[in-house]
Design a protein around this ligand. Structure first.
Ligand SMILES: Cc1ncc(COP(=O)(O)O)c(C=O)c1O
Length: 386
């Protein structure tokens, strides 16, 4: 008996990262591979207190089916935050999602036909490629420099359904798009009538200065902006949101209804209870300070141990270093040698839609203590020398 798969299922592939994480979970391995936030930053006490309050004050509402759009007070809170950051955001434009990963899937469902062109950065977030791929797009990769996608290349994407871009401390490259580049991208997109999907899970994790305003602030008519509570509270809550142009909102909502009816009402009330009194004002600086110390430890270790020919830029926020080894190095072949020595990372090739650069390594600095970061980097350097 053979079960015939849909074409879209044939295009689905296991995430390379998940396979690598299985290796990285072996005892004794220092894992710089994960994309997880540090569990030490999860505000357990605040969540416990909020959970008690929700179950005491609104137990039945929290456990009942709820609106597909999301819990209105949380939508209002999100809209107010985005307005404070210079965006045009009405609560009616906010769709609460089951993590921003669901936002990516809903965008794919609503906007991509088989053969539609979708423009992406090189490198880009692997999970977005996975979310879009079942809808059978053709990916166009935009040339990028250290500052992000080159606006004059946007004309190559003019027939695209959208450009998917991660302006803040990108996963995987750590890159932050400059203010002037954002303005140029928004202007070029406006001139072409090109919608933008702006994914921003890391924007609050800055170390010295907040990143420039979102592209959505300059191109609100056609930017679909995705946010997440995963990196500022905890990913287990599975809570994210979409800020959508009003004309697109009903289609994303219908896509969500078909997918899961609504996001957990309990999670939404819990998070609203935590954030409504300004909790993040005190909590975010704690995460930033912690991640900055880890970033500095990795920077020092890289400088101390990496052989010549390797290059990187110290990220100004987020969770990742993107290290380029000499072009003769294939990071996928380096990985087993690194694992033998006791360290894991993610080979950069996983993050390209088309032609992959093989010599890059994504190194997460947030979950491993600084002493282990130093040892891990030393082992990668040893593997590279060997
Ligand atoms: C760039 C990017 N977008 C989206 C997500 C999905 O996050 P979540 O679904 O937890 O909000 C991640 C997760 O790591 C990510 O790195």
């Amino acid at each position: 008996m053979t079960i015939t798969l849909a074409r879209r299922a044939q295009r689905m592939t296991p995430s390379v990262i998940r396979e690598i994480l299985k290796i990285a979970e072996r005892p004794g391995i220092i894992s710089l591979a994960g994309g997880l936030p540090s569990p030490d930053t999860f505000p357990i006490e605040a969540l416990r207190a909020a959970s008690e309050a929700v179950l005491r004050d609104h137990p039945r509402e929290a456990m009942q089916y709820a609106a597909s759009e999301g819990f209105m007070p949380l939508r209002e809170w999100v809209a107010a935050q985005l307005r404070d950051q210079g965006m045009r955001a009405d609560p009616d434009q906010i769709l609460i999602t089951n993590g921003s990963q669901q936002g990516l899937d809903l965008v794919g469902k609503a906007l991509i036909d088989a053969g539609s062109v979708v423009a992406v950065e090189a490198p880009t977030y692997l999970g977005a490629l996975q979310a879009f791929t079942p809808y059978e797009p053709e990916f166009t990769t935009l040339d990028c420099d250290d500052d992000g996608p080159l606006p004059d290349r946007l004309s190559l994407a003019k027939a695209a359904r959208f450009l998917y871009v991660l302006p803040n401390f990108q996963n995987p490259s750590g890159r932050c798009v400059s203010n002037s580049r954002r303005a140029d991208l928004a202007a070029a997109a406006r001139a072409l009538g090109l919608p933008i999907v702006e994914d921003n899970p890391y924007g609050e994790l800055w170390f010295d200065a907040a990143p420039p305003p979102a592209i959505a602030a300059a191109w609100p008519e056609a930017t679909i902006y995705l946010g997440s509570f995963s990196k500022v509270l905890a990913p287990g809550l599975r809570l994210g949101y979409i800020l959508a142009p009003p004309e697109l909102f009903p289609k994303l909502l219908q896509a969500k209804q078909a997918s899961d009816l609504h996001t957990s009402g309990f999670s939404q009330r819990l998070v609203h209870e935590v954030v409504r009194g300004g909790f993040l004002r005190d909590h975010l600086p704690v995460i930033r300070a912690r991640y900055k110390t880890h970033r500095d430890a990795m920077e020092t270790a890289l400088q101390r141990h990496m052989p010549s020919g390797c290059s990187w830029k110290s990220p100004a926020g987020g969770m990742f270093f993107w290290v380029k080894a000499p072009s003769s190095v294939d990071a996928m072949r380096l990985l087993p040698k690194a694992v033998e020595r006791g360290v894991a990372f993610v080979p950069g090739a996983a993050f390209y839609a088309n032609q992959a650069e093989k010599n890059a390594l994504r190194l997460s600095f947030v979950t491993v203590p600084p002493e282990q970061i130093e040892r891990g980097i030393q082992m990668i350097a040893d593997a590279l020398r060997a």
